[in-house]
Design a protein around this ligand. Structure first.
Ligand code: ATP
Length: 319
């Protein structure tokens, strides 16, 4: 069965012990392992698929803790490198009263930003059936070059490339720079997933209508996905397009919903790539991915909330 190799950052989110407070007002914080590419790798293994993570962590207690979380979840860890001179990245995250998340990052620079081309596990990357990545690893050198090289290695070895930009504006020098860099690797990807918010940012238009989404379409793409929160997702391929609604849940924490969605989608596509040309199969996969995203919102945190196959099937049966 095909291997999903996920490239990028893994870090610790510190989340307030009380809800609806600002970072300054938070009485205390809990550690929540995260980083979208790492979440996606775990989303895949939890659903019974094979996944590896490639990235750099600090050679400190937090870095070792994160590596052991990947290992405990059955993620292949041979692509992880430890930096003895830099710390594992931290982010303080709070959900404001208006429901938006507020981030404060500690990356000065953090270990994930220091991965070099020479440190890449080329053998592992070459074994990828799907190579998945975000855009945070594009922000600074030397990680940016390592990211671009890893994409090349995977592509040369015949992997499908999967891209979820995961916009984190405060990490970029400017919005223009974020947009330019995110778009600079657009044409390499086979599968791209963006959220409705990212669609708006990248196109400059406040709408999720097809004509706006099509601005992100390229003939090089096999699948473009727009996630719509509780409304599910839209899909675009060269031959067909449509909407798949999500299931109804009572969300308590939406962190990781997008990563659960991507992990579930990749876990299915890696076993049956023909779904990219078969609308019926693709819609079934997206119903499954929506369900996995929805389940993730019903529990606190990202990694603890990612469903296994039995849970996902149970929810699918219920509706
Ligand atoms: P993240 O919050 O992790 O950055 P995102 O913005 O990339 O996520 P969302 O659109 O919030 O992604 O969620 C991904 C998918 O999860 C949605 O397309 C949907 O299928 C499912 N989902 C998210 N929130 C809900 C919800 N409240 N009810 C039902 N399904 C949901």
């Amino acid at each position: 069965e095909g291997l999903v190799v996920s490239f990028g950052e893994m870090l610790i989110d510190f989340v307030p012990t009380a809800s609806g407070v600002s970072l300054a007002e938070a009485p205390g914080f809990l550690k929540a392992p995260g980083g979208a590419p790492a979440n996606v790798a775990i989303a895949v293994t939890r659903l019974g698929g094979r996944a590896a993570f490639v990235g750099k962590l600090g050679d400190d207690e937090f870095g070792r803790m994160l590596a052991s979380i990947l290992k405990q979840n059955g993620v292949v860890d041979s692509g992880i490198v430890f930096d003895s001179g830099a710390r594992t990245a931290l982010a303080f995250v709070t959900l404001r009263a208006d429901g938006e998340r507020e981030f404060m990052f500690y990356r000065n620079p953090s270990a994930d930003m220091l991965l070099t081309e020479a440190e890449l596990d080329r053998d592992l990357i070459s074994r990828a059936a799907i190579f998945h990545y975000g855009s945070i690893s594009l922000i600074t050198e030397p990680c940016r070059s390592a990211h671009l090289r890893a994409m090349e290695i995977a592509k040369e070895a015949g992997a499908l490339l999967s891209y979820d930009p995961n916009l984190r504006l405060p990490l970029w020098p400017s919005p223009e720079e974020a947009r330019d860099q995110i778009m600079s690797i657009w044409d390499q990807a086979d599968i791209i997933k963006v959220s409705d918010v990212e669609l708006e940012f990248l196109t400059g238009e406040n709408s999720v209508e097809d004509d706006v989404a099509m601005k992100l379409w390229r003939p090089t793409l096999k699948l473009l996905l727009i996630t719509l929160g509780d409304k599910g997702c839209k899909y675009y391929t060269k031959d067909f397009r449509g909407v798949v609604e999500s299931i109804q849940v009572k969300p308590v924490d939406t962190t990781g919903a997008g990563d659960a969605f991507v992990g579930a989608m990749l876990r299915r596509i890696v076993t049956d790539q023909s779904a990219l040309q078969d609308e019926k199969k693709l819609r079934e996969i997206l119903r499954f991915a929506n369900t996995c995203g929805a389940i993730t919102t019903t529990k606190k945190g990202a990694i603890p909330a990612l469903p296994n196959e039995a849970e996902a099937q149970e929810f699918l049966q219920r509706v």
